[in-house]
Write a protein that binds this ligand. Structure first.
Ligand SMILES: Nc1nc2c(c(=O)[nH]1)N[C@H]1C(S)=C(S)[C@@H](COP(=O)(O)O)O[C@H]1N2
Ligand SMILES: [Mo]
Length: 390
């Protein structure tokens, strides 16, 4: 049997129908019969502050290497010295305190694989076009995070009765620009999470990513990881943790990252985005790719749903008329993504439309149509991938 290496080297076998999935590593572009999508690095969506997209078409590692992990920052990276930095825990608590990194690292620590997805991921596909960063598919990545449960600090601070939320405040700040009138002063990036979510043992204050100290772009020296929620809750460059007895009304809580909620009785209200919805994305082939006829192609991608696991991914190669199950990757756990692949054995000549549709362990099925109430956030509906077979 050919070794993996010689298989890759062999020009004659540059288009294998299906290579086997190895642990932690996925089919690369050449193996899936879709070469030409191997651009490395990150895609620039904005400079200063830097907002950088993971080139999702290159998907191959279940854990995204840190240099490829997307970056979403509203303001410039604050200059922080780890040895001078400390975190303030205060608000509606019996025992407010300050804690430095060394003290924090004395608490029990945990490492978990958690995906972050920006609530704006996929925004470029919305029609009409929405304001905000125009992410394609790469406002999402999956990594290992090491830190201490936020619950341990809350236990020490002792929330008073009536506490309902925990505000996480970053060191970064700036003015809010158009389309909103500029504010009189600078505001920090801050979000709240419910006391229940903050107390969940999987909600971490992390100082490591993929086994190494956090980089400045990803929130050094300490960031929150709120698994199963969209990325905006995972505050980077932590400054303060404020327990409150009322809902937080900050800009990024009540204006940005909100969707319409329509109760059966009463009026529609803007409510903060929280939990990740079920979603899948095809990494390869890429949209508008030309595929040589007469050769099998492997369709590959990833699906995720926040805390629930992915139970099924279906593929359509005829624009949604018929669906067939994809093979799911072995790695499947809450908060992370799950890979899938599907062997498209006999692509017919012409313009074809590929789709993927995920189902999670809660029985949620990825939507086919956009829900307008989601405004510019939570873009999870099935995206057609047009390809040309010639
Ligand atoms: N302090 C601070 N934390 C932040 C942000 C920010 O701008 N400032 N962006 C949030 C958003 S919207 C996302 S999607 C994630 C992205 O994390 P990453 O840059 O490590 O990928 O960080 C969140 N935490
Ligand atoms: Mo985000």
């Amino acid at each position: 049997m050919l070794s993996r290496r010689s298989l890759l080297k062999s020009a004659a076998l540059a288009w294998p129908a299906a290579a086997s999935l190895s642990a932690g590593r996925f089919l690369n572009a050449e193996e899936t019969g879709t070469p030409g999508v191997s651009f490395p690095g990150l895609i620039t969506r904005q400079r200063n502050p830097d907002n950088l997209e993971f080139p999702f078409a290159t998907l191959s590692d279940w854990k995204t290497p840190t240099p490829q992990f997307f970056v979403r920052s509203h303001f410039n990276v604050p200059q922080l010295q780890a040895d001078e930095w400390s975190l303030r825990v205060e608000g509606h608590v019996e025992q407010p305190f300050d804690i430095n990194l060394r003290e924090l690292q004395h608490f029990q620590s945990a490492t978990q694989t958690t995906l972050l997805e920006c609530a704006g991921n996929g925004r470029v596909y919305l029609s009409p076009l929405q304001a905000g960063l125009r992410w394609e598919q790469g406002g999402v990545s999956n990594a290992d995070w090491t830190g201490t449960p936020l619950a341990a600090l809350l236990e020490r601070a002792k929330p008073k009765t009536g506490a309902i939320e925990v505000i996480l405040e970053g060191h970064d700040k700036g003015r809010i620009g158009p389309p909103n009138p500029p504010s009189a002063g600078e505001i920090p990036f801050a979000r709240s999470v419910s006391l229940a979510k903050a107390s969940d043992p999987h909600t971490l204050l992390a100082w490591q990513m993929n086994g190494e100290d956090l980089t400045a772009a990803h929130g050094a020296p300490l960031r929150a990881i709120v698994p199963g929620w969209y990325g905006m809750a995972s505050i980077k460059w932590l400054k303060r943790i404020i327990v409150t007895d009322r809902p937080f009304d900050g800009y990024f809580q009540t204006f940005n990252y909100t969707v319409w909620n329509r109760p059966e009785h009463g009026l529609a209200t803007l409510t903060p985005v929280t939990e990740i919805d079920v979603k899948s994305q095809i990494a390869r082939p890429v949209a508008y790719q030309t595929i040589p006829a007469g050769r099998p192609v492997t369709i590959v991608g990833a699906a995720w749903a926040g805390e629930p696991t992915i139970e099924k991914v279906e593929i359509s190669t005829d624009g949604g008329k018929s669906w067939s199950p994809a093979t799911l990757g072995e790695q499947s756990q809450p908060y992370a993504w799950r890979f899938f692949h599907f062997d498209w054995t006999n692509p017919a000549r012409g313009e074809q439309t590929l789709m993927s549709r995920a189902t999670d362990s809660r029985g949620r099925v990825q939507a086919m149509q956009r829900d307008e109430d989601r405004r510019d956030a939570m873009v999870t509906h099935v995206q057609p991938v047009p390809v040309s077979v010639r």
